[in-house]
Design a protein around this ligand. Structure first.
Ligand code: NDP
Ligand code: MG
Length: 395
């Protein structure tokens, strides 16, 4: 029995994870679940999966959850320290890191330091503190498996057990390039001059994937792909110029690895996050995920083309941040989180997202990512700076 903690259980990835777990009650038991404020949804999950512990964001949410679960013996707690506890407890083996944004960093890092098997969906944690995070994984012999569909596909297309923390390098494995596919999101074809006026609803309407609101907006700006380039850099030890973004609107190929001998290996499947989740849960075995088999004969033609960096300036900003190194990716990530939130709250327009991020990057020097404290300080500075820019734009 693998005992599982799900950080962010009520989100899109959390719900898909529980769906896979429910298919294999003989293999997995839920140890702990967390949510931030959707207490009713978490209470229903607790009733169905009977974890030992549940964690929410505030004392009020915890009080309400205790009330809802009064007849069950489930320990309810709140706050970051409790999240770190359920991620590192000796009573859990595997941690699904599916909190959205920088809020996931501390508990995911706690899981790494406790040597857990980490299923990483929370890409922002790795973007913010890549080196420190990978060092912790290595030092504490944690296992890191990518959930992000592209990185999971790359992992499956690389030689067995290839990860940068296992000391493998692209050169030693004969890897020429990592080909990170991108759907291009809902605005791939839309006239650029009309992007100023798109609504949060339009931005969240992804053509192929159903996801949380933040990552949906990131997909529309292609900041998501930028964050994924940085994520791929850390997971697979590839420099920026060995990672190519390829637009592939059908999202059937989830990414590829191109080798020095001319071979290209790809992973294909229907676009459903339960596939990478099941893959990582059972790795190196395979379990059913509930996803339909891919029917190649019914597929439309698969298309591939280069990304347009003028249409998607966030993608260029992310490459810049990766090349700059240090705390630059933490700056990028924090500014983006603030800008996306402001867009979702209709305080700024869609095109202001990349402007806010660029100004924060231009106006705030980055430093060395020497400690988590240094990264968090940079994150806080970037949030304050982005907040001021948003305020000025929305005034
Ligand atoms: P959702 O917004 O659907 O869910 C986020 C989860 O995190 C919810 O459980 C939410 O709780 C919780 N949460 C939100 N804010 C906080 C906070 N401040 N502290 C603690 N918990 C918090 O996001 P997704 O599931 O879409 O994405 C989760 C992560 O996975 C992201 O990093 C995303 O980039 C990544 N990812 C997602 C994919 C997808 O298909 N959705 C694909 C690849 C990667 P509550 O419900 O109470 O608000
Ligand atoms: Mg992805």
């Amino acid at each position: 029995m693998q005992r599982i903690t799900i950080l962010g259980a009520t989100g899109s990835i959390g719900v898909s994870t529980l769906d896979v777990l429910a298919r294999h009650p003989d293999k997995y038991r839920v140890y702990a679940l967390s949510a931030h404020e959707r207490v009713d949804a978490l209470a229903a999950q607790c009733r169905a999966f009977r974890p030992q512990r549940a964690v929410v964001g505030s004392p009020e949410a915890a009080a309400r959850l205790r009330e809802l679960l009064a007849d069950l013996a489930i320990d309810v707690a709140h706050g970051e320290a409790a999240l770190c506890e359920i991620a590192s407890s000796p009573d859990t083996d595997t941690v699904m890191a599916a909190i959205v944004g920088a809020a996931g960093l501390a508990p995911t890092l706690a899981a790494a330091r406790a040597g857990k098997k980490i299923l990483l969906a929370n890409k922002e944690a790795l973007v913010m503190s890549g080196q420190l995070f990978m060092d912790a994984v290595k030092e504490h012999k944690a296992t890191l498996l990518p959930i992000d569909s592209e990185h999971n596909a790359i992992f499956q297309s690389l030689p067995g057990n290839y990860t940068s923390h296992a000391g493998r390098s692209p050169d030693a494995a004969g890897v020429a390039k990592i080909l990170l596919t991108a759907s291009g999101g809902p605005f791939l074809q839309r006239a650029v001059e009309t992007l100023e006026h798109v609504t949060p609803e339009e931005a969240c309407k992804h053509p192929n994937w159903s996801m949380g609101r933040k990552i949906s907006v990131d997909s529309a700006t292609m900041m998501n792909k930028g964050l994924e380039v940085i994520e791929a850099h850390w997971l697979f030890g590839a420099p920026a110029d060995r990672i190519d973004v390829v637009i592939h609107p059908q999202s059937v190929i989830h990414s590829m690895v191109s080798y020095v001998d001319g071979s290209v290996l790809a992973q294909l499947g229907n676009p459903d996050m339960r596939t990478p989740i099941a893959h990582a849960l059972a790795y190196p075995e395979r379990i059913a995920s509930g996803v339909d088999q891919l029917d190649l004969t019914t597929l439309a033609a698969l298309a591939f083309h280069k990304p347009d960096f003028d249409r998607f300036p966030c993608l260029a900003l992310a490459f810049d941040a990766l090349r700059a190194g240090g705390t630059a990716p933490a700056l990028l990530n924090a500014a983006n989180e603030v800008a996306v939130q402001a867009f979702l709250e209709r305080r700024i327009g869609f095109r202001a997202i990349d402007r806010v991020v660029r100004r924060v990057m231009d106006e705030n020097p980055h430093g060395a990512a020497s400690s988590i404290e240094a990264v968090m300080a940079q994150d806080a500075r970037a949030r304050a700076a982005a907040g001021r820019i948003v305020h000025a734009l929305s005034a």
